[in-house]
Design a protein around this ligand. Structure first.
Ligand code: GLU
Length: 504
């Protein structure tokens, strides 16, 4: 069997969109499942749209997510170079091959002339119906064409699409997609101005030369696929044509239409894998990494946006995804970008990670605040509060009271829980706590509850005031887990402070 070879072929026009990340992921999963190769090719033939830093950004994003490249930019390989701008010398011969076979032609129309046509003819399209009215090698004599080229007129080479033919794109997700060639235009394949092919030609030539077996890409490229099929045929490579699979769109979380950066801004979620600073505007857009997502969670989340395993399983490691993935189970219809589900995945991965790992990450946050706690304590704290958070950067909000005594006391709780006799009871509680040697959660709880019972105090009343004194608010894990970590001296000191400070 032929070797499976897929490619991720982004254009370095800015930050990689999360939809592009999913495309890369599906290519990777497919390749790895079949023991194949994953290539990275940079499609940078459109110099007008080139954005510095975009290529590095793409590579860093893939690295972060654990999408490993076997061959291509940054790695090398037998088909190098993998940046199309460095492959200039390769494409011209295929342009000539098409010209010689009469399957393409040279066109001199200036932008102004084309604009003029657009105003004259409604829905103007450069094709079989209009090409004979234009300035090209089909309408000019051979001498005229040569003369123009020699004097340096800029020109483009266009594919000559024969009208009225049904072109079939055999898509692994969509089945046979049939397009009548009459709707296609004579796309530009090559521009003399920069001696560079356009996306269409470079894409097809490189897929052929790099022995790509499967083209897995976003649905937005489906309209280009019939042209690519025709190019394969025109170049005599029909037998080597890759199989196509066009992935469903990612849709807005709410309403209709394609997911856009604005949806992320509007609803507050990142649309890029990493933070991205636009070199032109200087504007920074947030990324999943900096927002505190684990790469495994992002991978898991994206894998299920458009593909489903056919079972109830939701949590998948990369290896499990590789084993379970199949293009058959990729849906044809768009996938709603449910970013709340993304948070849910992060929550799940946070729970699954060893407390030691989360504690080390949390230690960095604490360091920034000038705090440091010993590892065993931090691990204990993490184990007590992690269930309440989706992200490491939410741990502080759930645990700050382990590190600092309350600076103020929640007003509503004071009104509700701090009764006239509370200070006296808290004072009594201090006495009880002072008598305890084993300050473990279990023992302290037993002693304190026995005291409450012996005094016939109201359990809720005492415990709520105790919590208010120690935490400052009606929140946090089990009270005696907190006091066990704080220790006897700190617990008592906080009770004293509360008695002195809280006024009804
Ligand atoms: N360069 C195209 C892009 O930026 C690649 C499309 C394809 O994969 O064929 O998405």
């Amino acid at each position: 069997m032929e070797k499976i070879r897929v490619r991720f072929a982004p254009s370095p026009t800015g930050a990689l969109h999360i939809g592009g990340v999913r495309t890369a992921l599906y290519n990777y999963l497919f390749a790895k499942q079949h023991g194949g190769d994953m290539l990275l090719r940079i499609e940078d033939t459109d110099s007008n749209r080139f954005v510095p830093g975009a290529e590095d950004y793409i590579i860093e994003s893939l690295n972060w997510l654990g999408i490993k490249i076997d061959e291509g930019v940054g790695v090398g390989g037998d088909c190098a170079p993998y940046r199309q701008s460095e492959r200039k010398h390769i494409y011209r011969q295929y342009v000539d091959q098409l010209l010689d076979a009469g399957l393409a032609y040279i066109a001199f129309d200036t932008p102004e002339e084309l604009e003029q046509k657009r105003t004259e003819i409604q829905n103007f399209q450069y094709d079989a119906k209009t090409r004979m009215q234009m300035t090209n090698s089909l309408t000019l004599s051979a001498e005229e064409v040569n003369m123009r080229i020699e004097r340096g007129d800029v020109y483009v080479v266009r594919i000559k699409i024969e009208p009225d033919e049904d072109v079939t794109v055999d898509d692994l997700i969509r089945g046979e997609v049939i397009i009548n060639s009459s709707v296609l235009d004579d796309k530009v394949l090559y521009k003399s101005a920069d001696s560079l092919p356009t996306y269409h030609l470079a894409n097809v030539v490189d897929d052929y030369l790099m022995k790509i077996s499967h083209v897995i890409r976003g649905e937005e490229w489906l309209p280009s696929a019939p042209l690519h099929v025709l190019l394969y045929r025109s170049l005599g490579w029909e037998k080597e044509m890759p199989r196509f699979a066009h992935l469903p769109l990612l849709l807005k979380p709410d309403g209709n239409g394609k997911l856009s950066k604005r949806d992320g801004d509007r609803l507050g979620f990142p649309i890029f894998p990493l933070n991205w600073k636009d070199p032109k505007s200087g504007e920074t857009s947030s990324g999943y990494r900096e927002a505190g997502y684990f790469p495994e969670a992002v991978v898991n989340f994206l894998a299920l946006l458009g593909w489903n395993p056919g079972t109830e399983q939701e949590i998948f490691s990369m290896q499990e995804l590789i084993d379970a993935f199949s293009l058959d189970r990729v849906s044809k219809s768009g996938a709603k970008f449910d970013y709340e589900k993304g948070k849910w995945f992060n929550h799940k991965y946070l729970q699954m990670k060893p407390n030691e790992e989360i504690a080390s990450l949390f230690a960095e946050t604490l360091k920034e605040k000038g705090l440091d706690a010993d590892m065993p304590t931090l691990i204990k704290i993490v184990s007590l509060v992690k269930e309440r958070v989706n992200f490491v950067n939410e741990l502080w909000e759930q645990s700050y009271f382990f590190f600092e005594a309350p600076a103020s006391y929640d007003e509503k709780t004071v009104q509700k829980r701090w009764k006239e006799n509370t200070p006296a009871q808290m004072d009594e509680l201090i006495g009880v706590l002072e008598g305890i040697d084993d300050f473990s959660a279990e023992n302290t709880e037993n002693v304190v509850k026995a005291w409450i019972e012996s005094k016939q105090y109201n359990l809720g009343g005492i415990m709520n005031a105790f919590r208010l004194s120690v935490v400052g608010a009606p929140k946090g894990p089990h009270m005696f887990d907190i006091t066990a970590i704080l220790g006897k001296a700190e617990t008592i000191s906080r009770l004293k402070k509360a008695i002195a400070t809280i006024k009804q």
